[in-house]
Design a protein around this ligand. Structure first.
Ligand code: AP5
Ligand code: MG
Length: 215
């Protein structure tokens, strides 16, 4: 099974991903997380990617498709995968269509999580992330039990560099111009499922489960 989580920055893709991966035994591929870890490690990829990410812009397609291509060949993807944050341009989606047959897979479902724009801004500017395990928190919607400490692993929480108000606004514009065309792309292939992401975290999880259970 191959699932894609599509939706604007702050829609809750990362928040929902953990449960989906666990429920269906899928490998988790988040291009954003892979890129952030390359930036942290200071690799050549990280150095190139950082200049785009800090501005809220997309990293060039040729860099990202290489990451996904090699990640899909790893053994844990044999049983299926959940893509979070990829594809996010029509070029990336076309690339995926081209390489998937080589791996014996096809896109089974694209889960589009839709959330109102003012809510997205509130979610992103209030987000905190664990520096050790990557678990997402929110200052008011999902606070940790102890301030700035991860409930799961005890790691320190931090604010992502691209979660400042100015960069969030740029990311939302980039989503509209470069990623939204994927809605028509996948709708025409009859694999798009719309999820109301304005609801609370558990209700969104239930909606996703209802869709994926029927696949
Ligand atoms: P990426 O890491 O993919 O970020 P994004 O798409 O902008 O999405 P986010 O991770 O910000 O949001 P999310 O939907 O995961 O929300 P979350 O669950 O955290 O990409 C970052 C950058 O990397 C890009 O800008 C680009 O530069 C580069 N990049 C990555 N992939 C690329 C690609 N394919 N091509 C080119 N460049 C690429 O939730 C947000 C907050 O809301 C949290 O605080 C959470 O607790 C809270 N929350 C979640 N759900 C709910 C709910 N239902 N109710 C209330 N609060 C909620
Ligand atoms: Mg995310």
């Amino acid at each position: 099974m191959l699932l894609i989580l599509l939706g604007p920055p702050g829609a809750g893709k990362g928040t929902q991903a953990g449960q989906v991966v666990e429920d269906y035994g899928l490998a988790y591929i988040s291009t954003g997380a892979i890129l952030r870890s390359a930036v942290k490690e200071g690799t050549a990829l990280g150095q190139k990617a950082r200049q785009y990410m800090d501005l809220g812009q997309l990293v060039p397609d040729e860099l990202v498709v290489e990451i996904v291509k090699s990640r899909l060949q790893e053994s844990d993807c044999e049983k299926g995968a959940l893509l979070d944050g990829f594809p996010r341009t029509v070029e990336q989606a076309s690339f995926l269509e081209k390489v998937l047959p080589e791996t014996g897979k096809k896109v089974d479902c694209v889960l589009l999580i839709e959330v109102k724009e003012n809510e997205l801004i509130e979610r992103l500017t209030g987000r905190r992330v664990c520096s050790e395990c990557g678990t997402n928190y929110h200052l008011s919607h999902k606070p940790p039990k102890v301030r700035n400490v991860c409930d799961e692993c005890g790691g320190d929480l931090y604010q992502r560099d691209d979660d400042s108000l100015e960069t969030v606004k740029e990311r939302l514009e980039v989503y509209k111009s470069q990623t939204e065309p994927l809605i028509d792309f996948y709708n025409s292939r009859e694999v798009l499922a719309r999820i109301d992401g304005n609801q609370d975290i558990d209700s969104v999880r239930d909606q996703i489960k209802a869709v994926v259970d029927k696949l």
